[in-house]
Ligand binder design. Structure first.
Ligand code: COA
Length: 176
């Protein structure tokens, strides 16, 4: 299994931070914007490096999700990506194994918004599509996010009921 380094954003040197951003720009083929980058900062980065360069990355950041009147501490997974030349070697699996360890030991649940490309990876690891509606607590109040209903996946820990409207906190860019 690949060695996964866990580092808070503050511990990444400026050149390491730039190299992670470069990896994400490459892996997402130009579909990774500044908001997406912002969403990946401030928590923990999970990095696999080869020859001194990051080749696989994921981040776990804390968000609050509301469910049935409860404010859940959520480990939200962001910016999972593997260098195009290193795919199919289990590197995303190694990153997710570490993300799941952090989630299971530190949060009420895990959540993420799956890309078409990533969906199979998460489902094969037991992540579940949220079965109910999704919403966001926007500055103007509660807003349904129907476009995110199908792509929002969760990793419940404990006895969290998988019913009701799952509501995320507000942020710029994609809210889920
Ligand atoms: C999605 C991505 C991270 C997968 O990286 P990877 O290193 O090829 O994945 P792994 O080799 O670790 O695969 C782990 C397991 O998941 C499976 N898997 C990976 N992608 C899959 C997919 N799209 N559908 C089904 N299964 C998949 C693999 O077969 C493997 O299963 P195994 O352990 O039984 O062999 C990579 O394709 C990528 O960077 N894509 C572009 C960015 C992106 O969309 N990221 C996801 C954001 S939500």
């Amino acid at each position: 299994m690949a060695t996964v380094r866990v580092a808070p954003t503050a511990d990444l040197r400026p050149d390491e931070r730039a190299a992670v951003r470069e990896l994400l720009d490459l892996a997402f083929d130009g579909r990774f914007d500044d908001h997406d980058w912002d969403h990946a900062l401030g928590g923990l980065h999970l990095i696999v490096a080869r020859d001194g360069r990051p080749v696989a990355h994921g981040a776990v950041v804390q968000r609050r999700l509301l469910l049935d009147g409860r404010a859940l501490r959520c480990g939200y997974v962001e910016a999972v990506a593997v260098h195009p030349g290193r795919r199919g070697q289990g590197l995303a699996a190694a990153v997710m194994t570490e993300a799941e360890r952090l989630i299971d030991g530190g949060y009420d649940l895990g959540a993420l918004s799956a890309s078409e490309r990533g969906r199979g990876l998460y489902l094969s690891r037991g992540w579940l599509p949220w079965p109910g509606p999704t919403a966001v607590l926007s500055p103007g109040g509660l807003l349904r996010t129907p476009d995110d209903d199908g792509s929002t996946l969760v990793r419940p820990t404990g006895d969290l009921p998988l019913t009701g409207t799952l509501t995320c906190d507000w942020r710029d860019g994609d809210v889920w």
